[in-house]
Design a protein around this ligand. Sequence first.
Ligand code: ZN
Length: 401
Amino acid sequence: MSRPGKSAAPARPASFAFRLTLLILGLLVVLLVLLLLIFAGKGASADAADLLALPETVTPSAQTAAVTPAATEDPDRLILSNLTPTPAASGEWLDTWPAASSVETVHDSSALIAALKGRSQSSQALQGVTVFVDPGHGGQDSGTVYPQESPYEAVEKEVNLAVGLKLKSALEALGASVIMTRTDDSWVSVYSRAAQVGQTILDQVTDSLKNTGKDLSQFESLKTAMTEIQTTNLDEGGGGILGGLGSGADARLLYDTERQFPEYLFLSLHCNYSDAGADIGGLQIYYVDNAYNYEFTRDSTADGYDLPPVYQYFNDEGRKKLVDCLQSAIIRQLPELTTTGGPQTILQEGFVVLNRMGIDSALVEMGFFSNADDRVLLLSDSGQTELAQALAQSVYSYYCE
Ligand SMILES: [Zn+2]
């Protein structure tokens, strides 16, 4: 592979020519030697930069010529070294991570993603795709309820699970694999849900690379962090490396790794409630893009508070496409869920299941318990089935259309 960057190898013939010139033009000896020294120094530092960016393309001669610390020349290294945050822009105070991966390519699904495009809707259309289906709340956390005092007619955690299980069947019927973040009425913290994504993808990375001799220690330590978060299983204080505002270097490594798995999606299912009136109803879908992640982080804490840098390498295009597919598929199937009474249909919010994972994710508020029509739909078996079918259809649209 040829690269435009300077390297030590082409510098050698040039220096040989210069040396012939030196023999003829003796007066310039000192000056040219000085120039060669400067040139050699620049060549070495350019090699060092290339080694950090693309270690797999380094040739043995370039490796021996480059004057760099041994660690950055290690061909088994998978974590790139562009870990320096970008300083805050003028007038701002939050540092950001560069919008670039800090992890070398450890997984390439571009052929699969291309093959999915244009597939007709058959039993195997989504083969190769994995969807995390996340029924919100559970256990001691009921979510919202109707009416607001017991006895309850509607309990959010139950509706979310019922639709989630139907969605699992609908997606599997299209050939997708499904991972449920919960399959019963158990309590699962929001961080644990995000850690399930990390654990699944890290397992795949370490499995696929285990016999390659690559240095997997940082992936293994991320897996330990994911296990701890799931064991702790607390919304408050259970975030581990996924907790707090901003993202530490470990979290960034995780999100960058997850981002290499576009065949994975995360769909969080919820039901809404509004105190502002029973006429407010219909669908709301939440997501997070890079610009919003910055705004949310900045607006969530006091000016100047020392935070880790803000992650800026979410797949904006994919995330927006996902919410658009959700909206059109759900409204096509259930036009009565068109948002009424004022609120927007598509919104951004800093939910953990949206801004603590590198795969594309969305949170769907499937209707309002405070709206009578929505409530009937959400509580009926046929309404739940139609919702599940529409959600599965949006995953098909996302990958295949
Ligand atoms: Zn909810």
